[in-house]
Design a protein around this ligand. Sequence first.
Ligand code: NAP
Length: 332
Amino acid sequence: MYARLHGDGNEQGSVTARVLDGRALADQLRDEVAPEVAAFTRQYGRPPGLAIVLVGENPASEVYVRNKLKTGREVGVRADLERLPGSAALTDVLELVGRLNASEVHDGILVQAPLPGSLGRDAASRVFDTIAPEKDVDGFTPGNVGRLVQGRPTLVPCTPLGIIELLTREGVPIAGRHACVIGRSEIVGKPMALLLLQRDATVTICHSKTSDLAAVCRSSDILVAAVGRTGLVTKDFVKRGATVVDVGMNTVTDASVAASLFPEGHPRLARFRERGSMLVGDVHPSVADVAGALTPVPGGVGPLTIAMLMMNTLRAARARVGASGRSPARIS
Ligand code: NAP
């Protein structure tokens, strides 16, 4: 793809990765979950309910929350925004979460990260620890993390869950393959590694202290980059034909960085020059010449995360009312 466009082929010939279209799968998942939500609403006289807590005015969080509310409406989930000002104290946030824990109409609670720094260093863990585990649609509470570690997951973090759904539906074999996850965050890296392990991959977790990162990654059949460093994963990280999942969401505003990613004449470089910024992942676009399959940014992992949030909300709602119900996604 990159090589064909720019005459930058490697000596062994270009692979041109198959694009793993997360946006298309997210649309499909929404179409699958909507009738299940409607059936729940008919049966229990109310829709599954999701409360989204937003503290302060982080511009990126505003966009994420807006998209979550919009998708909720589209699939028939009751999605309510609970806003607190940036000046709110930690006790205000804990009080709000406590109120939502007791709410009859809310089955899921999502506290949008990051929380303002003014709340203190351990604010996130204190807030997430307060969420009732049965309403923890982000899968961050210690009980839900413990269940995932023990291989009996209930509510699992949405981003890694969406990646597994994508790999499964795209027919990417996991069992017996070597998977490398770059990043060990609670939100993406660790649960991603656990989900791959549970599907019988041999898993390596890499991080900022990993020696010879490229060589470690190059031995993997599935490479998941969840770092937050623009273009970190270059061709020399990737085994020919490997599946590469790019979780990174990085906003580039520096023209020299943009030019290091896309060569002169590339449409994305032209759009960058019009707008002054662009969203890119952790994987350098030239990796498409070596990988067998690759998720794009944007349009890869991002849309799946929100679709899985709706799945988790329905799952939490069913569990609260004691309904078994068929799981709309294959993962349960
Ligand atoms: P995070 O908490 O900042 O964790 C980043 C991880 O990357 C850490 O484990 C860190 O290692 C590791 N790392 C940093 N620099 C490295 C390097 N040079 N080499 C190897 N490892 C390195 O980030 P996160 O929350 O997991 O998010 C990661 C990225 O995914 C971000 O771009 C974020 O915006 C994106 N994201 C996307 C979605 C989505 O829906 N698409 C959802 C969540 C996150 P240490 O542990 O050693 O510091």
